[in-house]
Design a protein around this ligand. Sequence first.
Ligand code: UT7
Length: 344
Amino acid sequence: MVVAGRAKRRGEQHFGRPVKVAALATHVPPRVMNNTDFEKLVDTTDEWIRQRTGVVERHVVEPGVGTSALAVPAAKQAIAQAGLTPDDIDLIVVGTTTPDTVFPSTACLIQHQIGASNAWGFDLGAACSGFTYALTTAAELVSTGSHRHALAIGADVMSSILDYEDRATCVLFGDGAGAVVVSPAADDEPAIIDFAHEIDGSGAPALRMPAGGSLRPASHETVNQRLHFVQQDGQAVFKFAVRKTEECCRRILAQNAIGVDRLDLFVSHQANKRIIMSAAARLGLDEKKVVINIDRYGNTTGATIPLALSDALADGRLKKGDLVLLVSVGAGFTVGSVLLRWAF
Ligand code: UT7
């Protein structure tokens, strides 16, 4: 249950009901760009990209396809898989850095397109922690009893904000979406156990899109200066991500008095294979428990964790009752971890 760890920390009475991830579905656009395609765009090589990041290929939308178009099929499939209808959904939380438009929110567009006539919802800006934060928000609200079922979505069209003249960033990312249904769990069912999140705004300059917000609205100057694209201090983000992935995992495990050896699966945000494997080694995790699928999708920001869970389910590495640790580090900086028992 989502508040168990929190209740323990505060020494309070547990007041929420247990909640679970009841269904999961993902969607990626059909078009695939491999590393060789990037050799034609920028001064890079397949070998450099593979060795330094782990990416081999990524899915990329055709021009004119927005984030909601990827999220809608994932959301519809997750609802059906949970045995529900769109009317059963009370809340839609969308973790995205690339909403279709600044407003209205992508949550509204998804709500309309899936016909979730009883839902309210909103977008949540947490960059690569978009899914862990959306899942926690949905789980907490279902746990209170005020909501029956919620959709937590992580979805991004990173190709819409990439500078295809900057080899240091354009090779890293891909497009995709993942949706889970969060529902009440019976007392004896596997459930979400706890979360541990933190933000550190001192890292804001290290990874950002400088223009297009209220501080620097779009102008000819911002376009000419290429300020509507992802800019990153790769090494600063790399070091922070390795350190914080380890710290955040240790924190949530300690909160719940669980040893790292008891984990069945470690599902990290997929930003760089070297970040994930370094953090896993620091934690003393068995490599067999680490999910890596950055090779096929690149960094899809809000969608990496659902895509990794989906792959682990498909290849039989994730099973009902497994103890799973999700962890993400992203722009902000945002840091998030969720500990859960897999429910199906
Ligand atoms: O999910 C959001 C969070 N983002 C991340 O977690 C990303 C974190 N950072 C990283 O994953 C890595 O820092 C990168 C993959 C972005 C870069 O890898 P790196 O090993 O840190 O490389 P670097 O930035 O230190 O650059 C090393 C060299 C440079 O050349 P010089 O100055 O040594 O001549 C770069 O210009 O590699 C060069 N380089 C490339 N070379 C070929 C940078 N990008 C490329 C490229 N192809 N695509």
